[in-house]
Write a protein that binds this ligand. Structure first.
Ligand code: FMN
Length: 313
């Protein structure tokens, strides 16, 4: 359906999933997903799409963000541009299934994947015409929702309920997790956190090293009090947000402390405590800075070895 060599999706990432990162994933045989919400104007978005098309012949998708944003973007405008630029695959993610967008995208023949965190949301996505549904478990980096179902339990439940293909993820960082999710019935596997340390990922080397030193204990869920639960890397800023939440601070104070512009600075300048960044528990499995191609091929190779080993049991 997606035309990819390996059934691996490299998840969209705010501020990071620009042309270079997406092309690296697509050129490695996975599906890269451009984060349209990074771009503030139609022109910037179109330019990045053109740049991406010049960097890969592989399939890629564009994410349309439905999560709350401080300065909301107009997805209808982005949709017009991506259709105009010949994008074939769109991923949506957010708190609600995108009924209006889905209708328009389907009318244009675009393949639609919706990403969510629970059976009922997945069913809703299917009912509005999603061609595939991605579900991520509670251990995932980024939005967790409020259902808190782990990957191991969520993926087979969704597979049992849906007719359309399921892409599963949350905590997958190597061939073991990849094969496990295929065993659970997922037809594709999404990875995010594991690619933060890809050579092509545009974050400061100091932050990459810090993530390599992190363990599965170094994440926490923040922003639940403002209905925007995210699993983040534990640092001073994330702890500050948690403290504000425990004091029942208002929306503005929390958003101020967790503001995305600070994460952006953190990525660029490597100030480890500047902002809050999404990070999944799989960070404990991430041990080496490597090219994206090595990460993707390493996953597939390891899965192959395990498959051979267990088929002789
Ligand atoms: C740094 C970071 C930023 C992310 N930004 C977004 C985003 O803007 N929109 C979105 O839908 N998902 C976002 N995600 C989630 C990923 O696309 C993917 O679903 C998730 O990372 C998979 O779980 P894993 O991290 O356990 O592999 C982000 C994840 C990370 C680690």
């Amino acid at each position: 359906m997606l035309g990819i060599k390996y059934p691996i999706v490299v998840g969209t990432m705010m501020y990071l999933a620009r042309a270079e990162m997406v092309a690296a994933a697509s050129n490695a045989g996975a599906l890269g997903i451009l984060a349209s919400a990074i771009f503030r104007t139609r022109e910037e978005f179109r330019e990045e799409l053109k740049k991406l098309k010049g960097m890969t012949d592989g399939p890629f998708a564009v994410n349309l963000n439905l999560f709350p944003m401080r300065t909301p973007v107009d997805n209808r405008e982005f949709m017009e541009i991506l259709v105009d630029e010949g994008v074939r695959i769109v991923e949506t993610s957010g708190h609600r299934a995108p009924e209006e967008l889905a209708k328009n995208l389907k009318a244009q023949g675009v393949t639609l994947i919706h990403k969510c965190v629970g059976v009922r949301y997945a069913l809703k996505a299917q009912s509005i015409g999603a061609d595939a549904v991605t579900v991520v478990g509670y251990e995932n980096g980024g939005a967790t929702g409020t259902l808190d179902v782990t990957t191991l339990c969520l993926v087979p439940r969704v597979v049992d309920e849906l007719k359309v293909p399921v892409i599963g993820g949350g905590g997958v960082a190597d061939g073991r997790g990849f094969l496990a999710l295929l065993s659970l019935g997922a037809q594709g596997v999404i990875i995010g956190t594991a690619t933060l340390v890809a050579e092509e990922c545009p974050i400061h080397p100091r932050l990459k090293q810090a993530l390599i030193s992190a363990t599965e204990l170094d994440t926490m869920v923040v922003m639940r009090s403002i209905q925007n639960s995210h699993r983040a890397w534990v640092n001073e800023s994330a702890k500050k947000v948690a403290e504000l939440e425990s004091q029942h601070a208002g929306l503005e104070a929390i958003v101020q402390a967790a503001g995305g512009d600070k994460a952006k600075r953190m990525y660029q300048e490597g100030d480890l405590n500047a902002g809050v960044i999404s990070c999944g528990q799989g960070v404990g499995l991430v041990k080496k800075i490597r090219p994206m191609k090595d990460i993707i091929e390493g996953i597939v190779q390891q899965a192959d070895e395990i498959r051979k080993k267990i088929s002789s049991l």
